[in-house]
Design a protein around this ligand. Structure first.
Ligand SMILES: Cc1cc2nc3c(=O)[nH]c(=O)nc-3n(C[C@H](O)[C@H](O)[C@H](O)COP(=O)(O)O)c2cc1C
Length: 213
């Protein structure tokens, strides 16, 4: 929480409009709240709950995702880390029924009918040079994960639908969105009000942990 140490930093954060105005308490979206004067306790617990609750949601009601919720999702997506702080991401927001349908038809596993699709793409003009270029995949993946967690926090559901590195899927979606050559879609998030509620689960597996002496 060092980054919130000065009054001007706290005030900048409040200016984003994502946070409640009440005293020193910062409320992120619907669920994650923490106090600036005591930043360690509450947030860690609630963030854990959001992470455990995040499951792929593939069935949605027809209720639209509001503009405000969409902006919040994007604020959180863009708060992710990126190699050398390059931020090589672009976000394409789709709510038009015809375009949503075209995106659903792009693949076998993209059929989920959601009122909002956010396509996360890498901008090769902003990506790092030479052998560092492929860091765009990790940068955009971090943004995508933030989107999914933010959706949970807003009481929405979401499913990551992978595009890159499937060449045909990338080509199809690029065509549907009329993307320029230097924009590569990594994946799309189907987002909406959930019509299913998958059980939260803990995938912790000690066998996958290798303590290096
Ligand atoms: C890179 C990536 C691509 C994925 N692509 C799809 C997809 O095309 N369609 C889909 O229904 N789910 C997709 N998923 C969701 C996974 O199937 C899901 O995360 C996994 O089964 C674990 O379930 P959970 O998300 O509920 O924890 C994708 C997930 C990732 C990370």
């Amino acid at each position: 929480m060092k980054f919130l140490s000065t009054d001007s930093e706290k005030s900048d954060l409040k200016k984003t409009g994502l946070f409640g105005a009440g005293g020193d308490t910062i409320r992120v979206g619907r669920g994650i709240g923490f106090s600036l004067s005591d930043p360690n306790g509450a947030m860690a617990m609630e963030l854990k709950a959001v992470m455990m609750k995040r499951r792929s949601v593939r069935r949605f009601t027809e209720e639209p995702v509001s503009r405000e919720q969409t902006e919040t999702l994007l604020h959180h997506a863009m708060s992710g880390p990126s190699a050398c702080d390059a931020r090589p991401w672009e976000f394409f927001i789709v709510t038009r029924p015809e375009t949503l349908e075209a995106l659903r038809d792009a693949g076998r596993y993209t059929k989920h009918k959601a009122p909002l699709m956010i396509v996360v793409a890498g901008n090769m003009k902003k990506a790092l040079p030479m052998q560092l270029r492929d860091f765009w995949i990790q940068d955009c993946s971090a943004a995508m994960e933030n989107l999914l967690l933010s959706a949970v926090d807003l009481g929405l559901g979401a499913c990551w639908e992978g595009l890159y590195p499937m060449k045909r899927m990338v080509e199809r979606v690029s065509k549907i969105l009329n993307l320029e050559e230097h924009i590569i879609p990594l994946g799309m998030a189907a987002i909406g009000h959930p019509a299913e509620d998958p059980e939260p689960r803990d995938q912790y597996d000690p066998k996958r942990i290798h303590w290096v002496e």
